[in-house]
Design a protein around this ligand. Sequence first.
Ligand SMILES: Nc1ncnc2c1ncn2[C@@H]1O[C@H](COP(=O)(O)OP(=O)(O)OP(=O)(O)O)[C@@H](O)[C@H]1O
Ligand SMILES: [Mg+2]
Length: 235
Amino acid sequence: MKILNDLSFTIKEGSITGLIGPNGAGKSSFFNALFALFPSTGSIKLEDIELVGKTPNQVNHLGVCRTFQDSKLLPQMTVLENLMLSSKYSETVTLRRVFFDSKNLSEEQKNEQAQGIKLLRKVGLEKKAHILAGDLSYGQSKLIEILKLFMCDSKLILLDEPFSGLFPEMIKVITRLIYELVESGRTIIFVEHNMKLISEICDHVIVLDAGTKIAEGTFDHVRKIPAVIEAYLGD
Ligand SMILES: Nc1ncnc2c1ncn2[C@@H]1O[C@H](COP(=O)(O)OP(=O)(O)OP(=O)(O)O)[C@@H](O)[C@H]1O
Ligand SMILES: [Mg+2]
């Protein structure tokens, strides 16, 4: 079964690109293809490096991070532990290092923990550091998913509906964090159904329908295109 078809576009470094389209258009599937979770043909390049054929782990190591439509926090681990899982530290813990490099390892762990606490403090959640992630509210979980992105080095971030179901106050906090991610040199592609947010946040918009691109440009440009109006509203 082919979900994406004849899909081609370029993302500008340092930009925020909105990926929009009706339910089932293929937005999450594109993220899955980019992240090597769906088998793909064709070519998806990050700078000059081909991603098709890589594993999700390799794609991540090349500098791609993502969030999912549903929360992927581990509910039986604490909030701080969940943040730490995104850090380089968690990848470098090996049995060998535990035995032979424990001093450096515990130093790295302390640094990453301090970074996690600093991030939680930034959004007023430092008191939640040691509670189980499963005890967070829905909005807080969405916020932690965004904070995790600050813990890893990345070039490209894929956000799948980061604002869905959130109150306006939380939307403001997450918007500010997205701008911070861009200011720190990351490029963002994000999927969102709220057109007001898309128009406010995105430099560029790509519209998908039935697995293919039907329009591309600024929000003001694409919103007037008949094929886009038809895809959303029917004819
Ligand atoms: N694992 C899968 N196996 C088979 N079909 C799938 C799979 N995942 C998605 N699809 C199909 O691919 C199409 C695109 O789905 P996708 O989840 O990418 O849409 P979307 O644009 O993210 O929609 P939404 O806005 O509802 O999240 C749909 O027809 C869906 O049923
Ligand atoms: Mg989706």
